[in-house]
Design a protein around this ligand. Structure first.
Ligand code: P6P
Length: 323
């Protein structure tokens, strides 16, 4: 069985990046241990203040963010960090070759109900065409990512990772090591399961409403087959299900003033998930074009997301184009 490090070496990953990924994995094991202790470690509940997103921070949000900053910030190959929980980039080492962006604990609203949560991360090369430690370092196309992945804190702790090639699944073993348990996740082009928060239906554009209603119409409707629905409340859990058994995930643009561009963040949620989904044979769109072609001009900018089964995503894009 391949371990994380033996697989990375086998995949020809540069030693500096291999070490960085190893430290990301180590940080996720610390976070996983805190998550598993829950109330017994006094880590549940609110931290008592809001983050830059205007969302109430949970204690575990802060703990996970601190663990990642401390673990990654000390690596000489890390030039800067960006986090959902940090207003601005965290400068690290001016000569560092890599930038790391992360959502330290995605799905925080699931923490106190023992639901799925996870850490989403992405690694970019440092830029030499802008000042070494300027925020513009992170203004890159999603296609510049050298690594993307997440750690899902579920019944088992699993690391899903791509370094440009296949999407690999590792499971945290009892001995504390991540072991390769699936070599290449694949998303079938067709599907019969969708994930969307239907409570926002009234805020969607007419074409999105029409698309979802056709799925709900089932076998007697225009799609000619029944569709199932799941909504995890944590992107990391919904995308993992799409990678494991197919489907389409949507967080559309809506007319709510606060999340008119959708709720999900481009840099450290949509970009990494889009790279994973595309490298698994799926597609990830903002409703017009590929998410990976978007550049994160603002650190915390939001983007509409439609990702998963390629044919289903294409149908949504065509439906939106028809207006
Ligand atoms: P809603 C979690 O807060 C998150 O950012 C994503 O992980 C998740 O997909 C989405 O928000 C859930 O949003 O509106 O259903 O609570």
């Amino acid at each position: 069985m391949h371990t994380l490090s033996s697989q990375l070496r086998s995949d020809g990953v540069a030693p500096e990046l291999e070490l960085l990924i190893g430290e990301l994995a180590a940080a996720s094991k610390t976070i996983s241990a805190k998550v598993r202790q829950g109330a017994l470690a006094g880590v549940l509940g609110s931290a008592g203040h809001e983050n830059v997103q205007g969302e109430t921070q949970k204690k575990l949000d802060v703990i996970a963010n601190d663990v990642l900053k401390q673990t990654l910030g000390r690596l000489a190959q890390v030039r800067a960090l960006a986090s959902e929980e940090e207003d601005h980039p965290v400068p690290c080492h001016v000569e560092g070759a890599y930038l790391v962006a992360f959502d330290p604990l995605d799905g925080s609203s699931n923490i106190d109900i023992n639901g799925q949560i996870g850490t989403i991360f992405t690694v970019y090369p440092a830029r030499d065409d802008v000042p070494a430690l300027s925020p513009e370092q992170f203004a890159q196309s999603g296609r510049a990512q050298v690594c993307a992945g997440y750690v899902l804190y579920g019944p088992s702790t699993q690391l899903v990772l791509t370094t440009g090639g296949p999407v690999r699944l590792y499971t945290l073993a009892q001995d504390g090591g991540f072991v390769l348990t699936q070599e290449a996740l694949r998303i079938e082009p067709e599907c019969s399961e969708f994930a969307v928060n239907l409570a926002n239906f009234r805020h969607w554009s007419a074409p999105v409403q029409a698309y979802i209603q056709k799925l709900q119409a089932g076998v007697d409707g225009p799609r000619g087959r029944d569709f199932n629905m799941r909504w995890n409340g944590a992107m990391v859990g919904d995308v993992h299900r799409v990678l494991m058994r197919g489907g389409i995930f949507l967080y559309p643009a809506n007319t709510q003033s606060k999340v008119h561009n959708g709720k999900l963040r481009l840099l450290y949620e949509a970009h990494p998930m889009a790279l994973l989904v595309e490298n698994a044979g799926g597609r990830a769109s903002d409703g017009q074009g590929d998410i990976l072609d978007r550049v994160a001009d603002q650190l915390h900018q939001r983007v509409p997301v439609v990702l998963g089964a390629a044919c289903e995503v294409q149908l949504v894009v065509e439906t939106l184009a028809q207006g």
